[in-house]
Structures are given as C-alpha cells and as structure tokens.
Design a protein around this ligand. Structure first.
Ligand SMILES: *[C@@H]1O[C@H](CO)[C@@H](O)[C@H](O)[C@H]1NC(C)=O
Ligand SMILES: *[C@@H]1O[C@H](CO)[C@@H](O)[C@H](O)[C@H]1NC(C)=O
Ligand SMILES: *[C@@H]1O[C@H](CO)[C@@H](O)[C@H](O)[C@H]1NC(C)=O
Ligand SMILES: *[C@@H]1O[C@H](CO)[C@@H](O)[C@H](O)[C@H]1NC(C)=O
Ligand SMILES: *[C@@H]1O[C@H](CO)[C@@H](O)[C@H](O)[C@H]1NC(C)=O
Length: 357
C-alpha cells in the first residue's frame, strides 16, 4: 500500500506542545457483504449465495496528533472511531477553542498520540457511489486494514510504525471495532478496545424512520447521493435529557456539522454488537453514560454495574480483561457535554493500562 500524507494544519494545545496533521491513507478492502443491504447481521449468518464481493481501495482520512516531545508511550497509537453521522471532528470539536471537548488534545497533553479517522463514506474519506457498499464488513475491514498498515509503516517522517494500537470507538464506531474483533478474533491487529456508548442491549434505539435521506436533508451538499445515504436531523437525543448538562453552542455546532451514514450500517449496529461472540483476546472496556438516552435512560440496566458487566461479558469470553464503567451524568455523546473531562480521564487510564500489557 502506498501512503499519501501531507501536513495541512498545526495547532498547539495547552500543557504539552502537540502537533496535528491531516493524513489520507489508502486501504485495500476485499470482503463479502450481504446482497440485501438491510441484512441486520451484516452477512455473518448468510450462505455464499446471498453474499457479494466488494473489492476496492478506499482513502481513509484522519487527523493525527502527537506530543512534540518523545513520551514513554511513543509506540502506542489511539485509533479514534466516531459514531453515526459524525466525523473525526467528534474527537476534537472546535468549541471554546478546543479547551473542554477535545479528546485528541486532552490525551496528547497526557503523552498519548491519536489518529481520529473518518469512517468509510463519512467526512473526507472515500464515499462509494453505491451506499450499499458501505456496510459493516466493508467499514470494519477498512479500519482493520488501516491498523495493519499503521503497525507496518511510518505515516510521517520521524514517526515510527506503532507497536500497539488501542481502538476507542463511539457508538457506531464501537460497533465497527467490535465487528472487526468478531471477524478477526485473536488475529485482530488492534491490541485493546475501549467501546463507548455501545451496549449489548439498546432499549431505546431510534427506529429507521427517524433518519432523513441525505439528499433531501441538504440538497446543496448531498443532492447527487444515492438515497441510501442518510442523516439524523434530531440531535438532542444524543445529549443528556437535561439541557443544563451541555452547552447550547455545542448543540448548534453539532447541527451545523452533521454528517451522514448509510441505511445498512444503521440497521447492522445492534446485531453487530449483540448477535455474535468474539474470540478476541485483548483487553476490553465499555464506557456508557448514565444519561445516555438510547442505552440507560428509561431503563434500569445501567443502575447495577456488576450486573451489566456480567451481562455484557458473555460475548467476550476470550478477552484478557473486561470491564464496564458507567459515567454518572454523561449522555450518549459523552465527549460533548459538560462532564466530558470525566470520560476523558477514564479513557486515558484504560489506554495506559492496556498499553502496558
Ligand atoms: C441461502 O440463503 C438464502 C437467503 O436466506 C436462502 O433463500 C437459500 O435457500 C439459502 N441457500 C442455501 C443453499 O442454503
Ligand atoms: C448497488 O449495488 C447493488 C449490488 O451490486 C445493486 O443491486 C444496486 O442496484 C446498486 N444500487 C445503486 C443505487 O446503484
Ligand atoms: C431548557 O429546557 C427548559 C425546560 O424544557 C426550557 O424552558 C429552556 O428554554 C431550555 N433552555 C435552553 C437553553 O434551551
Ligand atoms: C471462536 O473459536 C471457536 C473455537 O476455536 C470456534 O469454534 C468459533 O468458530 C470461533 N468463533 C468465531 C466467531 O470465529
Ligand atoms: C471550559 O474551559 C474553560 C477554560 O479552561 C473553563 O474555564 C471552563 O470552566 C470550562 N467549562 C466547562 C463546562 O468545563
């Protein structure tokens, strides 16, 4: 695989000087997807006659941030994977000059590098003409192939290939990392997983009807797209129910910067997390917010963390360790509300723990 990388932007974060660069990395994907793009199992339960091959090279866009001084974790990379209708910007929204809400800056201050990617079809990554090519098998394989690449190749002059990659997902991004772990098992090139805003049971998952066809939502931007590219106009569901828990400026910014996803990946998200056990052997942490309106609000499942952990654990019996954290007061977009710094500390603690293995 060839690398095309160029520096587009630099910014300096607070405590430790930190440099960020925008990259585009081509990845080769060769997978079987269900012919029926509404197959909720993403083809994992299908026989050969109901699958088709997708073989393509996709450009994956990402923002790479690293401390300017060499740290003890210089060979560790956090691979940050956003959720449905977000982009890499979820990990560094430019609200209040990045001070409160940038996990990329927060973790860089603590000596950790990160690469926040746009998933297949989203943001500045390749967007296949046919939205039914953007299914769990393709999107997850693009991440797996990217991780392999990052372990074998230097992405920038002076940056060695990474020895350990810790995947941190949000919502659908957690689902994609989880699907990769199901497909790859012990051979998954991602050494530890922190899966946020993702649970085996999602009691209040919104129906497909909540989505809007992207080309109708914003004809100027998306008018030419396949109608199976969709977006979510209603953003308040992604925040805690109490509007005192988040900034109205964040909600407004969220509305201005909404991105898109596909019908397939929306439908495949619940089953990709619940229907299959994985033989993945790395350590796993799941982090959910007690005010997550899809997972915890209106349900008792997040009240007893030990019971929730036991229920979730059954899908990950080969994992080296498994832990669930319920962040009190946080919503589904736990990076974007007033309590974001709490989850950020949790993520950094897990990354340090997992990287030390
Ligand atoms: C393959 O799956 C399709 C769709 O579920 C089904 O109609 C067909 O009978 C299956 N074929 C075989 C050989 O099992
Ligand atoms: C997308 O690809 C599938 C499988 O090749 C095909 O059945 C479908 O018609 C295509 N859709 C569009 C909008 O091109
Ligand atoms: C917050 O919610 C309350 C009660 O629903 C409403 O009266 C108020 O206008 C809201 N505040 C903002 C900033 O949206
Ligand atoms: C996990 O490993 C078991 C035993 O080797 C095997 O039977 C099973 O198919 C594997 N599961 C997956 C999803 O690969
Ligand atoms: C945001 O950051 C500023 C500057 O560090 C701080 O004064 C303010 O309290 C923070 N706001 C929240 C909601 O954390």
């Amino acid at each position: 695989m060839l690398l095309s990388a160029w520096v587009l932007a630099l910014h300096v974060a607070s405590a430790v000087a930190c440099s960020c660069s925008s990259l585009v990395i081509p990845v080769d994907v060769d997978v079987l997807v269900p012919k029926d793009p509404t197959d909720v199992f993403g083809g994992l339960k299908s026989n050969a006659s109901s699958l088709r091959r997708v073989k393509d090279t996709y450009d994956i866009y990402g923002v790479f941030c690293r401390p300017d001084t060499v740290t003890e974790n210089a060979d560790v990379l956090q691979l940050l994977v956003h959720g449905f209708t977000y982009t890499s910007q979820y990990w560094s929204p430019p609200i209040e000059e990045f001070r409160n809400y940038s996990y990329s800056a927060f973790s860089c201050d603590q000596g950790l590098s990160s690469l926040a990617i746009d998933t297949l079809g989203a943001g500045l990554s390749s967007r296949p003409l046919n939205a039914s090519d953007v299914q769990y098998p393709t999107s997850a394989a693009a991440i797996t192939q990217l991780a392999r690449y990052l372990k074998g190749t230097s992405i920038l002059p002076g940056v060695a290939p990474f020895k350990k990659i810790i995947g941190i997902g949000h919502s659908l991004g957690s689902g994609l990392l989880n699907f990769g772990a199901i497909v790859e098992g012990a051979g998954y090139p991602i050494d530890g997983l922190i899966l946020t805003s993702s649970a085996g049971v999602t009691p209040n998952l919104p129906p497909l009807a909540i989505l809007t066809t992207a080309r109708d939502f914003n004809p100027a931007r998306w008018g030419a797209l396949d109608p199976a590219y969709v977006t979510l106009g209603i953003r308040t569901l992604l925040y805690p129910p109490a509007n005192t828990s988040f900034s109205p400026r964040m909600l407004a910014f969220d509305g201005f910067t909404v991105d898109l996803g596909t019908v397939s990946t929306f439908l495949q998200t619940p089953q990709a997390v619940t229907a299959f056990k994985t033989n993945y052997t790395g350590p796993i942490a799941k982090v959910v917010g007690s005010e997550d309106q899809a997972i915890c609000v209106g349900s008792t499942q997040c009240d007893d963390v030990a019971a929730l952990t036991a229920a979730e654990r059954v899908a990950y019996l080969a994992a080296r360790s498994f832990e669930v954290v319920v962040e009190q007061g946080s919503g589904h977009d736990m990076n974007l509300d007033f309590l974001a710094q709490g989850p950020f500390s949790t993520f950094v603690n897990f990354v340090n723990q997992f990287a030390g293995l």
